[in-house]
Design a protein around this ligand. Structure first.
Ligand code: GUN
Length: 282
Protein backbone atom coordinates (compact mmCIF):
# COMPACT_ATOMS: atom_id res chain seq x y z
CA UNK A 1 0.00 0.00 0.00
CA UNK A 2 1.37 3.38 -1.05
CA UNK A 3 1.96 6.43 1.11
CA UNK A 4 -0.99 8.71 0.53
CA UNK A 5 0.17 12.26 -0.11
CA UNK A 6 -1.90 14.54 2.10
CA UNK A 7 -2.43 17.70 0.07
CA UNK A 8 -4.86 19.11 2.57
CA UNK A 9 -2.36 18.97 5.44
CA UNK A 10 0.46 20.42 3.34
CA UNK A 11 -1.84 23.17 2.06
CA UNK A 12 -2.78 24.10 5.66
CA UNK A 13 0.90 24.24 6.63
CA UNK A 14 1.76 26.39 3.62
CA UNK A 15 -1.15 28.75 4.23
CA UNK A 16 0.24 29.53 7.69
CA UNK A 17 3.58 30.47 6.12
CA UNK A 18 1.86 32.54 3.42
CA UNK A 19 -0.20 34.33 6.09
CA UNK A 20 3.03 35.20 7.87
CA UNK A 21 4.43 36.55 4.58
CA UNK A 22 1.28 38.61 3.99
CA UNK A 23 1.38 40.01 7.54
CA UNK A 24 5.05 40.95 7.12
CA UNK A 25 4.28 42.65 3.81
CA UNK A 26 1.43 44.66 5.31
CA UNK A 27 3.56 45.76 8.22
CA UNK A 28 6.54 46.67 6.08
CA UNK A 29 4.68 48.56 3.36
CA UNK A 30 1.60 49.60 5.32
CA UNK A 31 -0.78 48.40 2.61
CA UNK A 32 -3.04 45.50 1.75
CA UNK A 33 -2.43 42.82 -0.88
CA UNK A 34 -5.38 42.62 -3.28
CA UNK A 35 -6.61 39.79 -5.51
CA UNK A 36 -9.36 40.39 -8.07
CA UNK A 37 -11.46 37.35 -8.95
CA UNK A 38 -13.55 37.77 -12.09
CA UNK A 39 -16.30 35.35 -13.05
CA UNK A 40 -18.89 35.62 -15.83
CA UNK A 41 -22.05 33.56 -15.72
CA UNK A 42 -23.15 30.90 -13.28
CA UNK A 43 -21.13 27.78 -14.06
CA UNK A 44 -21.68 25.73 -10.86
CA UNK A 45 -18.10 24.38 -10.73
CA UNK A 46 -16.70 27.89 -11.20
CA UNK A 47 -18.92 29.18 -8.40
CA UNK A 48 -17.46 26.60 -6.02
CA UNK A 49 -13.88 27.35 -7.11
CA UNK A 50 -14.38 31.10 -6.77
CA UNK A 51 -15.97 30.71 -3.34
CA UNK A 52 -13.01 28.61 -2.19
CA UNK A 53 -10.52 31.13 -3.59
CA UNK A 54 -12.20 33.97 -1.70
CA UNK A 55 -12.24 31.87 1.47
CA UNK A 56 -8.53 31.16 1.08
CA UNK A 57 -7.87 34.90 0.72
CA UNK A 58 -9.61 35.53 4.04
CA UNK A 59 -7.57 32.77 5.64
CA UNK A 60 -4.21 34.28 4.66
CA UNK A 61 -5.17 37.96 4.99
CA UNK A 62 -5.31 38.85 1.30
CA UNK A 63 -8.07 41.31 0.36
CA UNK A 64 -10.30 39.80 -2.31
CA UNK A 65 -12.29 41.81 -4.85
CA UNK A 66 -14.93 39.61 -6.39
CA UNK A 67 -16.66 40.51 -9.67
CA UNK A 68 -19.48 38.36 -11.00
CA UNK A 69 -20.69 39.48 -14.40
CA UNK A 70 -23.97 38.28 -15.92
CA UNK A 71 -23.92 35.32 -18.31
CA UNK A 72 -24.86 37.56 -21.25
CA UNK A 73 -22.07 40.10 -20.66
CA UNK A 74 -20.45 41.42 -23.83
CA UNK A 75 -16.79 40.99 -24.71
CA UNK A 76 -16.43 44.71 -24.13
CA UNK A 77 -17.92 44.52 -20.59
CA UNK A 78 -15.40 41.89 -19.51
CA UNK A 79 -12.48 43.59 -21.24
CA UNK A 80 -13.26 46.98 -19.69
CA UNK A 81 -13.36 45.42 -16.21
CA UNK A 82 -10.03 43.64 -16.68
CA UNK A 83 -8.44 46.80 -18.13
CA UNK A 84 -9.57 48.79 -15.08
CA UNK A 85 -8.17 46.12 -12.73
CA UNK A 86 -4.90 46.13 -14.66
CA UNK A 87 -4.55 49.84 -13.88
CA UNK A 88 -5.74 49.62 -10.26
CA UNK A 89 -2.94 49.95 -7.66
CA UNK A 90 -4.97 48.13 -5.01
CA UNK A 91 -4.95 44.99 -7.16
CA UNK A 92 -1.81 42.84 -7.14
CA UNK A 93 -3.29 39.82 -8.88
CA UNK A 94 -6.08 39.28 -11.42
CA UNK A 95 -7.75 35.94 -11.89
CA UNK A 96 -10.36 35.39 -14.59
CA UNK A 97 -12.14 32.17 -13.75
CA UNK A 98 -12.36 29.83 -16.73
CA UNK A 99 -14.33 28.77 -18.64
CA UNK A 100 -15.96 32.03 -19.69
CA UNK A 101 -19.37 31.72 -21.42
CA UNK A 102 -18.89 30.34 -24.94
CA UNK A 103 -19.70 33.59 -26.77
CA UNK A 104 -16.70 35.32 -25.14
CA UNK A 105 -13.12 35.20 -26.41
CA UNK A 106 -11.23 34.15 -23.26
CA UNK A 107 -7.80 34.43 -24.87
CA UNK A 108 -8.39 38.08 -25.71
CA UNK A 109 -9.48 38.75 -22.13
CA UNK A 110 -6.48 36.96 -20.61
CA UNK A 111 -4.11 38.97 -22.80
CA UNK A 112 -5.25 42.12 -20.98
CA UNK A 113 -3.85 40.86 -17.66
CA UNK A 114 -0.38 42.36 -17.14
CA UNK A 115 2.34 39.72 -16.67
CA UNK A 116 3.08 41.07 -13.17
CA UNK A 117 -0.55 40.51 -12.10
CA UNK A 118 -0.96 37.15 -13.88
CA UNK A 119 -1.31 35.04 -10.73
CA UNK A 120 -2.57 32.07 -12.77
CA UNK A 121 0.75 32.03 -14.66
CA UNK A 122 -1.13 31.67 -17.97
CA UNK A 123 0.46 34.53 -19.94
CA UNK A 124 2.85 33.91 -22.83
CA UNK A 125 5.53 35.86 -20.97
CA UNK A 126 5.22 33.83 -17.76
CA UNK A 127 5.11 30.55 -19.70
CA UNK A 128 8.14 31.70 -21.72
CA UNK A 129 10.08 32.56 -18.57
CA UNK A 130 9.17 29.18 -17.11
CA UNK A 131 10.51 27.50 -20.26
CA UNK A 132 13.76 29.40 -19.75
CA UNK A 133 13.84 28.53 -16.03
CA UNK A 134 13.62 32.20 -15.05
CA UNK A 135 11.79 33.61 -12.04
CA UNK A 136 8.11 34.07 -12.90
CA UNK A 137 4.57 33.45 -11.73
CA UNK A 138 4.04 29.70 -12.24
CA UNK A 139 0.68 28.05 -12.99
CA UNK A 140 -0.82 27.04 -9.65
CA UNK A 141 -1.66 23.37 -10.12
CA UNK A 142 1.70 22.18 -11.47
CA UNK A 143 3.55 24.38 -8.98
CA UNK A 144 1.51 22.77 -6.19
CA UNK A 145 2.49 19.32 -7.48
CA UNK A 146 6.19 20.27 -7.30
CA UNK A 147 5.74 21.46 -3.70
CA UNK A 148 4.14 18.13 -2.80
CA UNK A 149 6.98 16.14 -4.34
CA UNK A 150 9.50 18.33 -2.50
CA UNK A 151 7.69 18.05 0.81
CA UNK A 152 7.59 14.26 0.64
CA UNK A 153 11.30 14.10 -0.23
CA UNK A 154 10.63 12.64 -3.66
CA UNK A 155 13.70 13.34 -5.73
CA UNK A 156 12.89 14.23 -9.32
CA UNK A 157 16.40 14.58 -10.76
CA UNK A 158 17.23 11.85 -13.26
CA UNK A 159 13.80 10.21 -12.89
CA UNK A 160 11.55 9.33 -15.79
CA UNK A 161 8.47 11.54 -15.51
CA UNK A 162 5.46 10.98 -17.73
CA UNK A 163 2.80 13.70 -17.95
CA UNK A 164 -0.49 12.55 -19.44
CA UNK A 165 -2.22 15.66 -20.80
CA UNK A 166 -0.81 18.66 -22.65
CA UNK A 167 -3.04 21.57 -21.61
CA UNK A 168 -1.57 25.05 -21.28
CA UNK A 169 -2.89 25.17 -17.69
CA UNK A 170 -1.45 21.90 -16.37
CA UNK A 171 0.33 19.51 -18.76
CA UNK A 172 2.76 21.89 -20.47
CA UNK A 173 3.86 23.88 -17.40
CA UNK A 174 4.05 20.61 -15.42
CA UNK A 175 6.42 19.16 -18.02
CA UNK A 176 8.58 22.30 -17.94
CA UNK A 177 8.80 22.31 -14.13
CA UNK A 178 9.84 18.65 -14.10
CA UNK A 179 12.39 19.30 -16.83
CA UNK A 180 13.74 22.30 -14.88
CA UNK A 181 14.12 19.90 -11.93
CA UNK A 182 16.22 17.58 -14.14
CA UNK A 183 13.68 14.83 -14.78
CA UNK A 184 13.56 13.05 -18.14
CA UNK A 185 10.12 14.09 -19.29
CA UNK A 186 7.62 12.56 -21.71
CA UNK A 187 4.34 14.31 -22.48
CA UNK A 188 1.50 12.04 -23.63
CA UNK A 189 -1.83 13.04 -25.15
CA UNK A 190 -4.82 11.74 -27.08
CA UNK A 191 -2.69 10.96 -30.18
CA UNK A 192 0.03 9.12 -28.27
CA UNK A 193 0.52 5.72 -29.95
CA UNK A 194 1.06 3.32 -27.03
CA UNK A 195 -0.02 5.17 -23.94
CA UNK A 196 0.15 2.15 -21.66
CA UNK A 197 3.78 1.42 -22.60
CA UNK A 198 4.71 5.07 -22.05
CA UNK A 199 3.03 5.17 -18.65
CA UNK A 200 4.70 1.90 -17.60
CA UNK A 201 8.05 3.65 -18.07
CA UNK A 202 7.22 6.34 -15.52
CA UNK A 203 8.96 6.66 -12.16
CA UNK A 204 6.69 9.67 -11.69
CA UNK A 205 3.33 9.58 -13.42
CA UNK A 206 1.22 12.75 -13.59
CA UNK A 207 -2.38 12.26 -14.71
CA UNK A 208 -3.95 15.42 -16.12
CA UNK A 209 -6.37 13.96 -18.63
CA UNK A 210 -9.80 15.00 -17.39
CA UNK A 211 -11.30 11.49 -17.60
CA UNK A 212 -12.57 9.63 -14.55
CA UNK A 213 -10.37 6.68 -13.46
CA UNK A 214 -8.53 6.71 -16.81
CA UNK A 215 -5.20 5.48 -15.38
CA UNK A 216 -5.57 1.88 -14.26
CA UNK A 217 -3.17 -0.40 -12.35
CA UNK A 218 -1.92 -2.13 -15.52
CA UNK A 219 -0.55 1.25 -16.71
CA UNK A 220 1.51 1.89 -13.56
CA UNK A 221 5.03 0.62 -12.85
CA UNK A 222 5.55 -1.10 -9.51
CA UNK A 223 6.77 1.52 -7.01
CA UNK A 224 5.97 4.57 -9.16
CA UNK A 225 4.88 7.92 -7.73
CA UNK A 226 1.38 8.72 -8.99
CA UNK A 227 0.02 12.27 -8.97
CA UNK A 228 -3.64 12.71 -9.86
CA UNK A 229 -4.61 16.16 -11.14
CA UNK A 230 -8.09 15.07 -12.23
CA UNK A 231 -11.34 16.34 -10.79
CA UNK A 232 -14.23 14.32 -12.21
CA UNK A 233 -17.49 12.72 -11.16
CA UNK A 234 -17.79 8.93 -11.32
CA UNK A 235 -20.87 6.97 -12.42
CA UNK A 236 -22.47 7.61 -9.01
CA UNK A 237 -21.79 11.34 -9.09
CA UNK A 238 -18.97 10.99 -6.57
CA UNK A 239 -15.86 13.16 -6.90
CA UNK A 240 -12.94 11.19 -8.37
CA UNK A 241 -9.64 11.73 -10.13
CA UNK A 242 -8.08 10.58 -13.40
CA UNK A 243 -6.54 7.60 -11.57
CA UNK A 244 -8.35 4.46 -10.50
CA UNK A 245 -7.20 5.01 -6.92
CA UNK A 246 -8.43 1.72 -5.44
CA UNK A 247 -6.43 -0.51 -7.79
CA UNK A 248 -3.41 1.76 -8.30
CA UNK A 249 -2.73 2.43 -4.60
CA UNK A 250 -1.50 -1.15 -4.08
CA UNK A 251 1.06 -0.91 -6.85
CA UNK A 252 2.72 2.48 -6.41
CA UNK A 253 4.93 3.99 -3.70
CA UNK A 254 3.12 7.34 -3.36
CA UNK A 255 -0.29 8.49 -4.56
CA UNK A 256 -2.43 11.61 -4.23
CA UNK A 257 -6.11 11.08 -3.38
CA UNK A 258 -9.07 12.96 -4.91
CA UNK A 259 -10.34 14.90 -3.04
CA UNK A 260 -7.61 15.98 -0.62
CA UNK A 261 -4.60 15.74 -2.92
CA UNK A 262 -3.67 18.25 -5.58
CA UNK A 263 -6.87 20.34 -5.24
CA UNK A 264 -6.11 22.09 -1.92
CA UNK A 265 -2.59 22.84 -3.15
CA UNK A 266 -3.82 24.66 -6.27
CA UNK A 267 -5.63 27.36 -4.31
CA UNK A 268 -2.76 27.61 -1.85
CA UNK A 269 -0.38 28.29 -4.73
CA UNK A 270 -2.73 31.03 -5.94
CA UNK A 271 -2.31 32.70 -2.55
CA UNK A 272 1.45 32.17 -2.84
CA UNK A 273 1.50 33.74 -6.32
CA UNK A 274 -0.53 36.73 -5.13
CA UNK A 275 2.00 37.35 -2.36
CA UNK A 276 4.81 36.92 -4.92
CA UNK A 277 3.12 39.39 -7.27
CA UNK A 278 2.95 41.96 -4.46
CA UNK A 279 6.59 41.38 -3.53
CA UNK A 280 7.80 41.51 -7.16
CA UNK A 281 6.26 44.97 -7.48
CA UNK A 282 8.50 46.38 -4.75
N1 GUN B 1 -10.76 26.95 -14.17
C1 GUN B 1 -10.34 25.72 -13.80
N2 GUN B 1 -9.11 25.77 -13.27
C2 GUN B 1 -8.73 27.07 -13.31
C3 GUN B 1 -7.56 27.76 -12.89
O1 GUN B 1 -6.58 27.20 -12.39
N3 GUN B 1 -7.57 29.11 -13.10
C4 GUN B 1 -8.62 29.76 -13.66
N4 GUN B 1 -8.52 31.07 -13.83
N5 GUN B 1 -9.72 29.14 -14.06
C5 GUN B 1 -9.76 27.81 -13.88
Amino acid sequence: MATIIDGKALAAKMRLLIKQGVDDYKQKYNREIGLAVVMAGDNPASQVYVRNKIKACEEVGIKSFSYTLPKNSSQNDVEELVKALAEDDKINGILVQLPLPAHLDAEKVLKLIPTAKDVDGFSAENIGKLAMNEECLVACTPNGVMKMLEHYGINVSGKRAVVVGRSNIVGKPMAMLLLNADATVTVCHSRTKNLKAECLNADILIAAVGKAKFITADMVKEGAVVIDVGMNRDENGKLCGDVDFESVKDKCSYITPVPGGVGPMTITMLMYNTLQAALFRR
